[in-house]
Design a protein around this ligand. Structure first.
Ligand code: PMP
Length: 400
């Protein structure tokens, strides 16, 4: 059997059209296939590989930690230097109300932990979320996902979850003393990069303060320089009560976190004790890798050049077939008029040495979320491949 046949037979499939790209290795902004051909990685593992592939400091940190210990004990019982040092480094950049970090294995688990924490702290059960939002695939996170299409087959899900549209003012009237939390992305990634109005978000923040409702920001895709600052909430000047991190947090290894004040987090200590349990959350290798990646990001000021790179992409990406390019830093979406057009462009890009895909709630949009280390030259090449691929698709349509 070929490797591809084994993949299709023994690796659980969740799509009838997986990209099926067979990777040999990855370095900086490139993925290499088995034939040795290199492909520009335009999506960085979906906003994970912000500092690029194969970063030496990250690899060294993993190696060093692997010689000391791997898993030793379930979360929270032993003092593990990689966890402690990473939490200290992260919280230096966060406001006084976000100083207690609960490390998880994934973004979904961070969402689960945050929903539990909000219920526990407020003693309330109503959860407000948004249409076209994505917070993970576990049952709690799925319950607040903003699309019926992905939920319908898995009901019953969590009760008392209410969805609103972004920019809908009805949510401002609806938030009340029974609302445990509002959970939102400061930029809706999977909606095809929807950047909400800051005044509207501020109004939600204020209503949450008035009613004792917790505001949860899911920055799993937007943090670590992706939108041009360390955290999007800093850039827009709105402080959440709970912050969710994941993806780039682990520097390429699995890691998530929900972060709140110590006072709130301490409610997980009693009635019941061990209010949230994980065996592997905050794995020492993941924390060591994440800390090294975080240090590299800061030392190299990688997010300082994000807006200038965003501008270059936008300047170059003009074509009659492109409806619009939504962006917030290097989180970008090229919108076409249909899924079919988008799919053909993506497939042609793959053949032409550029790796990308689409968005969960915007299947007509092509994803751009490259490692932040991408150079101007690589951006020019990427845009050239995209434009040529669009031309090839249009030409093909004319010929058939
Ligand atoms: N929230 C957001 C905004 C995400 O983009 C994702 C992952 N795409 C998640 C949560 C879930 O993270 P994970 O896949 O690590 O569970």
């Amino acid at each position: 059997m070929t490797q591809r046949e084994i993949f299709l037979k023994h690796i659980a499939q969740t799509s009838d059209a997986p990209l099926g790209f067979e990777i040999s290795h990855a370095e900086n902004c490139y993925l290499y296939d088995l034939s040795g051909k290199k492909h520009i990685d335009l999506i960085g593992g979906i906003s994970v590989c912000n500092i690029g592939h194969g970063n030496k400091q990250v690899l060294e940190a993993i190696h060093k930690q692997s010689l000391l210990y791997l898993h030793v004990m379930v979360y929270g019982e032993t003092i593990q230097t990689p966890q402690v040092q990473y939490a200290k480094a992260l919280t230096q950049y966060l406001p006084p109300n976000l100083q207690s970090v609960y490390f998880t294995n994934s973004g979904s688990e961070a969402t689960e932990g945050a929903m539990k924490l909000a219920k526990r702290v407020t003693g309330r059960s109503k959860i407000f979320a948004f249409n076209n939002s994505y917070h993970g695939s576990t049952q709690g996170a799925l319950s607040i996902m903003g699309s019926e299409y992905w939920k319908q087959a898995y009901r019953p899900l969590l009760p008392e979850v209410y969805h609103f549209d972004y920019h809908e003012n009805a949510i401002l009237d609806a938030i009340d003393e029974q609302t445990a939390c509002v959970i939102m992305e400061p930029v809706q990634a999977e909606a095809g990069v929807m950047v909400p109005d800051i005044k509207w978000m501020q109004a939600i923040r204020n209503k949450c303060y008035e009613t004792g409702t917790l505001l949860i920001f899911d920055e799993i895709q937007t943090a670590f320089g992706r939108t041009g600052s360390l955290f999007r909430c800093q850039e827009i000047g709105i402080e959440p009560d709970i912050l969710l991190l994941g993806k780039a947090l682990g520097g390429g290894l699995p890691l998530g976190a929900f972060i709140s004040s110590k006072e709130m987090m301490d409610t997980l200590m009693f009635d019941p004790v061990l209010g949230h349990i994980t065996t592997f959350g905050g794995h020492p290798l993941s924390c060591a890798a994440g800390h090294a990646a975080f240090t590299f990001l800061l030392d190299e000021n990688l997010f300082e050049h994000v807006h200038e790179k965003e501008k270059l992409f936008k300047k170059l990406l003009t074509h009659q077939a492109i409806q619009k390019v939504n962006s917030c830093g290097l989180l970008m979406a090229i919108h076409f008029d249909s899924y079919e057009m988008n799919k053909k462009v993506i497939d042609t890009c793959l053949q032409n040495g550029l790796f990308t895909d689409w968005f969960l709630f915007a299947s007509n949009a092509l994803r751009i979320a490259p490692p932040l280390i991408i150079t101007h030259q690589e951006i020019e090449l990427a845009c050239q491949i995209i434009l040529q691929s669009i031309d090839a698709v249009l030409q093909d349509a004319k010929n058939t």
